[in-house]
Design a binder for this molecule. Structure first.
Ligand code: NDP
Ligand code: 2IT
Length: 466
């Protein structure tokens, strides 16, 4: 496995462990052919683990790494549905139940045409360690479909969700597997999915899904949690360097659930957010994004980002995707928050950001930064918060929703936000101290991977060969 000079130990150190990990990674590639995003996610974790295996030979003896790279269960199923004109469509549904070492499988559902088994496995693999970092009792899983919700009516979305749940229901449950949202799955979809689960099972089992509506078992702050948490994590990284978000210029990508609430919290903390985007392009608003207008365009009208530019005024620049050969990352800033999708921030983008003076980057999305770009940030001394740590606030608040469901309770916004803030501080602290413990101070990638891995590994050791 080619070494990452920043995350891998020196060539002399841990030679035997490095060789073992290389062999293991080659095996993952061989056995999961063509699943490039899954390979990438596994590589990012494995290349940081040699020092752990060197210190703790019992983990290698128990084949913990081999076992954690193999999902406990992988489900794929047909999802037939009819559109409003009566035409029949067939999509593919997925649920990868990756690890139940720490709790019931937990992770979102993604509806996007790019979804395939490799994407679901990369997301499920990341989720194991992210969920461990929250300190709450949740295992890792992920699911979704290659269904494209864009342009579909509410009735079509409902029929699709009902068909999807007609298979999924037999695999999930509040103690088994608890899905939530991700790209293309928000409150509307969770509602339709929950309704169908309830109808099929004849159980109002609140804890089977998270991200529910506030009137029927949902938790306050869950909608805001991923974006808020990402910004709180950024604030912690800045604080560790004696700085803060107050007065910072922030560049955000995406304009979905994570992006919108990252913008909201960054603004609450005194930053100016200059940009947001969708797959059709990005906007630059030097006066700072008008959040009410953005919510109106994206959440109410389900519109495109160009509409924001049209409605906001002449000072806003809209750049169509691919135009000018530039990306949202060409806008100079202090802080960058990629909140759209995987591999959206490349080496070229990272070089541009460093040249523009970026001090901190935190991943609101899952694996949005390519490995080459991560290297650029780390070599330039930019504080880099990997998604496993930085976007864990969403799933953490899902776990708080499960707690509330189990106790038939409902917490206030303030109480829940306080818990979220505490969890994000705890995650920052455990990444920072773990990185230090392994001789890599300030390296949150090493800290997050090792801290998450050790929690899962210890549980697997204790639970025997299962
Ligand atoms: P949404 O569906 O609400 O928003 C996704 C946003 O990203 C949209 O603006 C979308 O634009 C853009 N986007 C999606 N795919 C692409 C693509 N291939 N190219 C360019 N832009 C794209 O999803 P979320 O905000 O929930 O999720 C965003 C990211 O955050 C994902 O990586 C997700 O896995 C991650 N995440 C989400 C959590 C959550 O709680 N929701 C928790 C932790 C991480 P368009 O509408 O044009 O497609
Ligand atoms: O990637 C993620 O952490 C999510 N999409 C949220 C998962 C959840 O179960 O809340």
């Amino acid at each position: 496995m080619p070494a990452n000079p920043h995350t891998a130990p020196s060539p002399q150190a841990h030679q035997a462990e490095n060789r073992a990990i290389e062999a293991l990674y080659a095996d993952v590639v061989r056995r999961n052919r063509g699943e490039t995003e899954f390979h990438q996610a596994v590589h990012e974790v494995l290349e940081t683990l040699a020092p752990v295996l060197a210190r703790r030979p019992e983990l290698a003896d128990a084949r913990i790494v081999e076992r954690v790279c193999e999902p406990e269960r992988q489900l794929m199923f047909r999802v037939p549905w009819t559109d409003d004109a009566g035409a029949i469509h067939v999509n593919r549904g997925f649920r990868v139940e990756f690890s139940s070492a720490l709790g019931p499988y937990k992770g979102g559902l993604r509806f996007h045409p790019s979804v395939d088994l490799g994407i679901v496995k990369f997301l499920g693999f990341e989720q194991i360690f992210k969920n461990a970092l929250t300190g709450l009792s949740i295992g890792g899983g992920k699911g979704g479909s290659d269904f494209d919700p864009k342009g579909r009516s509410d009735a079509e979305i409902m029929r699709f969700c009902q068909s999807f749940m007609t298979e999924l229901y037999r695999h999930i449950g509040e103690h088994t597997d608890v899905p939530a949202g991700d790209i293309g799955v928000g409150g509307r979809e969770i509602g339709y999915l929950f309704g169908q689960y309830k109808r099929i099972t004849n159980r109002h089992e609140s804890g089977v899904l998270t991200g529910k509506g506030l009137g029927w078992g949902g938790a306050r702050v869950r909608t805001e949690a991923t974006g808020y948490g990402c910004v709180l994590f950024t604030e912690e990284m800045l604080r560790a360097r004696g700085e803060s978000l107050d007065g910072c210029r922030v560049v955000v990508s995406g304009s979905g659930n994570v992006a919108v609430y990252a913008i909201e919290k960054a603004q609450q903390l005194g930053a100016t957010v200059l940009t947001c985007s969708d797959s059709s392009g990005y906007v630059v608003d030097e006066k700072g994004i008008d959040l009410d207008l953005l919510k109106e365009v994206k959440e109410v009208r389900r519109g495109r980002i160009a509409e924001y530019a049209e409605l906001r005024g002449a000072h806003v620049r809209f750049v169509a995707a691919g135009a000018e050969g530039s990306s949202v990352w060409s806008v100079p800033c202090d802080v960058a928050l990629p909140c759209a999708t995987q591999n959206e921030l490349t080496e070229t983008d990272a070089v541009a950001l460093v040249r523009g003076g970026v001090k901190a980057v935190a991943e609101g999305a899952n694996m949005p930064t390519t490995p080459e770009a991560v290297r650029v940030f780390q070599e330039a001394g930019v504080a880099f918060g990997p998604g496993k740590a930085a976007n864990a606030g969403g799933v953490a608040t899902s776990a708080l929703e499960m707690q509330q469901n189990a106790s038939r309770d409902s917490w206030t916004f303030a109480r829940t936000e306080e818990r979220l803030a505490g969890i994000m501080r705890h995650i920052h602290e455990s990444c920072a101290t773990t990185a230090e413990r392994y001789g890599r101070p300030g390296n949150y990638v090493v800290g997050a991977n090792i801290a998450g891995f050790e929690l899962v590994a210890d549980a697997m050791l204790a639970q025997g060969l299962v």
